[in-house]
Ligand binder design. Structure first.
Ligand SMILES: [Mg+2]
Length: 378
């Protein structure tokens, strides 16, 4: 089996005027990402997602990957992540190289799974679980004037028993939002908060101490992703676990997050971290240091599928029969047809769980007509 073509497919969706949503840094109306479609000489198709703008991914694929990938045997997939640091020398540590690599790598694993008849999580080292707890990503800052607890009420009605909400615009607002979410969720549900790097360390520490009484499972990106000394300062001053990783890519960056236990939870995005090959290495490294791995997922259904396959394979170490801190996958509850419409059978988080697809490769069928509807380059 040899690769015959790599296609870069930018897809996007714009929310209606006045319906923008976002985080502490501001609102946005556009959801956009890039699918990678790899074909082989035996007529098979593999899919991946590069979580970066297609207008950038396309020339990166052409410049750095196309010659190496066309003609390649997909079973040589692990070589690609290694080569990304040596050829192109000096450029491998770039977010756009790693994003393009992510999409190609996942598409190649999809092909290996299809060739062997096995789901990707079996190829990565085995099945740890067949269903995954899904947490609702919700309670965004919105342009609409809605009661703040309404999105959490909707998530509870769907059956979610875990949620992540946006905070980060000041300690009073942070406490109000966390209190409202906790009241709706009840005492037993897991509640995470995301500051999206909007604070300096002392602001973050003040907020985290103020919300600690609401039993927060983790605080995500309390300070900007590049501010590793800030992470260490925050972590040394609070008792709530600290998470980061959605903005990081490549095992070398993740090593810095894991070293000295800079964070308690790493969150690789399968469309940015370097793909399944690199995520597997990151998981091994994090697990070795007893740092939790919880994938970040704000992707299309293809990136979601990759993350679900990955999450299904990650060890529960150090837990054995009792797992007080279970693997969870993020399930965004904002409007996004790129997540809900491009698979013939979309993921269904009703009841707060998703099934791990057991079919070959990513275990999903991409609806190519639906992809065409959201193509951004036509
Ligand atoms: Mg986040």
């Amino acid at each position: 089996m040899r690769v015959t073509d790599v296609e870069v497919i930018p897809i996007s969706h714009r929310l209606p005027e006045g319906r923008g949503l976002g985080d502490a840094r501001g609102f946005g109306r556009d959801r956009a990402t890039t699918l990678i479609r790899v074909e082989t000489d035996d007529g098979e198709t593999g899919w991946g997602e590069a979580f970066a703008p297609g207008s950038v991914v396309a020339p990166v694929v052409d410049e750095f990957f196309r010659d190496a990938v066309v003609g390649m045997d997909p079973f040589d997939v692990r070589r690609l992540a290694e080569d990304s640091y040596t050829d192109p020398y000096h450029f491998g540590g770039s977010v756009f190289v790693q994003s393009a690599l992510s999409g190609i790598d996942v598409a190649l694993w999809d092909l290996v799974g299809k060739a062997t008849g096995k789901p990707v999580h079996r190829l990565l080292g085995g099945r740890e679980r067949e269903t995954l707890t899904a947490y609702a990503s919700t309670m965004y800052f919105t342009e609409e004037d809605r009661p703040i607890a309404e999105p959490i009420e909707e998530a509870v009605e769907e059956g979610f028993a875990a949620a992540k909400i946006k905070i980060g615009t000041g300690v009073d607002s942070d406490v109000e939002r966390v209190r409202a979410a906790r009241e709706v969720l009840g005492d037993d549900a897991r509640l995470m908060v995301d500051i999206n790097g909007n604070y300096r360390p002392r602001q973050a520490i003040r907020t985290i101490k103020a919300i600690e009484e609401f039993d927060v499972t983790w605080v995500e990106e309390p300070v900007p992703p590049e501010n590793l000394s800030g992470y260490r300062e925050v972590k040394s001053r609070v008792d709530v676990p600290i998470a980061a990783g959605e903005a990081h890519y490549g095992r070398f960056e993740f090593k810095r997050l894991v070293d000295d236990r800079t964070v308690d939870v790493v969150q690789p995005n399968l469309g940015r971290c370097g793909g399944l090959t690199e995520a597997n290495r990151i998981a091994d490294m994090a697990t070795t240091e007893n740092v939790a791995v919880r994938p970040h997922i704000w992707n299309s259904a293809v990136g979601l599928a990759a993350a679900v396959q990955f999450a299904a394979s990650v060890s529960d170490y150090p837990h054995t029969r009792n797992v007080p801190d279970p693997m969870m996958v993020e399930f965004d509850r904002s409007e996004n047809p790129l997540r809900d419409e491009i698979l013939t059978t979309p993921f269904d988080p009703t009841g707060g769980e998703v099934s791990v697809p057991q079919g070959p490769g990513l275990g999903v069928d991409v609806d190519e007509d639906a992809v065409e509807r959201y193509r951004a380059d036509r």
